[in-house]
Design a protein around this ligand. Structure first.
Ligand code: CO
Ligand code: CO
Ligand code: CO
Length: 319
C-alpha cells in the first residue's frame, strides 16, 4: 500500500453526508458552508527539505497555504503543527522555523493564531489553515471541460533536488533556485485562475505532476494529453537522477499510476520518474478554456497539455 492508497483510505472514511459540506475529502481542501460563508480548511506538514530552519519554515508555510489557493480561496488563519526535540536541536531552531513561516504568512495576509507541539525525534512542521472563498467561487480538482488547456505554474524537480541535498550531492547554494520556487506563494496564480474562468485547479505536491493531473480526470469522461517536451524541469535534475537521487515517493507514485498513465515508448524511466517526482510547495495545475490564456500574461506558466474526451486516463506524448 503506497501513500496514494493511504490517502484514498483517509478520504473514504471521512463523512460526506452533511449537506453543509460543499467539497468533501479527495480535494485539496474541504469547504464547509455556514449561512452565506464558505469556509475552506486544510492541513499539511512536512519533514525538513532544506538545511536552514528559516527557509524550512517558509517552505512549509507556502506548502500548507497552497491547498487554500488551489481552491481559489483566501487563507485567513493558521495553526502550527510541530514535532520537535528541544534536546536534540535547541529552541533556536524552532524559533527560526516559526520566523520563516511568519514571513510567508505575513505576505499572504494570514494570521498565526496558535499551534501544538509534540516531542519528536524527526522534526515536523506545518500548518492547519482556514480560509474563505474569493467572490463565492470554488476551484475543485474535478470539473475540467473537453478542450481545456492544462497549465502548470512552477517547474518540477524539487523532490530530486532536496533528495540530492540530503544525499550530499548538492550544496545549499546549489539549491537556491529550487528554494526560491518552493517559497513562492500560489496566490497570484490562484487569482489569475479565477479571473480566467478556470474550470478546475489543484496543486502539485506529494503525488507528483502525474498523480495530481490524474486526480483531475479520475472517474471522469476526460483524458489528459500531456506533451512531455512542454513540461518545465529544473536544471540538473536529470543529471542527479542518473546519480541515483530519486525520492522513494517517485517510485511509489509510478506504481500507483500503473495502468492509469500511458507513456510514449521513447520516454525512459528517468523521464517518468521526473513526472512522478514528489513536489513540496509545487505549482498549480489549472484547467483553462483556450481563449483565457492571456490572463496569465506576466506570471510564470506553461501550457503542458490538453483535456480530451476519454475515461480518466493520462497519455504522455513526446512530440
Ligand atoms: Co493539494
Ligand atoms: Co490537498
Ligand atoms: Co495538501
Amino acid at each position: 500500500m503506497g501513500p496514494g492508497d493511504l490517502q484514498d483510505l483517509i478520504d473514504s472514511l471521512c463523512i460526506e453526508t452533511n449537506e453543509q459540506v460543499i467539497v468533501g475529502p479527495g480535494d485539496d481542501a474541504a469547504v464547509f458552508k455556514i449561512n452565506n460563508l464558505s469556509i475552506i480548511q486544510t492541513v499539511d506538514f512536512i519533514t525538513p527539505v532544506v538545511n536552514d530552519p528559516f527557509s524550512y519554515g517558509a517552505i512549509s508555510a507556502c506548502n500548507s497555504l497552497s491547498d487554500i489557493y488551489a481552491m481559489g480561496g483566501i487563507p485567513l488563519t493558521a495553526l502550527a503543527i510541530v514535532g520537535f526535540s528541544v534536546c536534540d536541536l535547541g529552541a533556536e531552531v524552532l524559533k527560526l522555523t516559526l520566523h520563516g513561516a511568519l514571513s510567508i504568512l505575513n505576505s499572504a495576509g494570514t494570521v498565526l493564531i496558535g499551534g501544538h507541539c509534540i516531542d519528536d525525534k524527526e522534526m515536523k512542521f506545518g500548518l492547519a489553515v482556514t480560509g474563505v472563498t474569493r467572490n463565492h467561487k470554488i476551484l475543485t480538482v474535478g470539473g475540467a471541460q473537453e478542450g481545456n488547456l492544462l497549465i502548470l505554474t512552477k517547474p518540477i524537480g524539487v523532490g530530486v533536488i532536496t533528495t540530492a541535498l540530503k544525499g550530499g550531492k548538492l550544496t545549499d547554494e546549489e539549491t537556491e533556485v529550487a528554494k526560491k520556487w518552493m517559497m513562492t506563494l500560489n496566490e497570484e496564480a490562484s487569482i489569475r485562475a479565477l479571473k480566467a474562468g478556470a474550470t478546475a485547479c489543484t496543486d502539485v505536491t506529494g503525488f507528483g505532476l502525474l498523480g495530481h493531473a490524474y486526480n483531475m480526470v479520475k472517474g471522469s469522461n476526460l483524458d489528459i494529453l500531456i506533451d512531455y517536451q512542454k513540461v518545465p524541469v529544473l536544471d540538473r535534475v536529470f543529471d542527479l537522477i542518473d546519480r541515483g537521487m530519486v525520492a522513494l515517493g517517485a517510485y511509489n507514485n509510478l506504481s500507483y499510476l500503473e495502468g492509469k498513465v500511458q507513456y510514449d515508448e521513447d520516454l525512459t524511466t528517468e523521464h517518468r520518474l521526473v513526472l512522478a517526482d514528489p513536489q513540496t510547495s509545487g505549482g498549480l495545475l489549472i484547467a483553462l478554456p483556450e481563449g483565457s490564456l492571456g490572463h496569465f500574461d506576466g506570471i510564470y506558466h506553461r501550457v503542458i497539455g490538453r483535456f480530451i474526451k476519454g475515461s480518466g486516463r493520462i497519455f504522455v506524448q513526446n512530440c
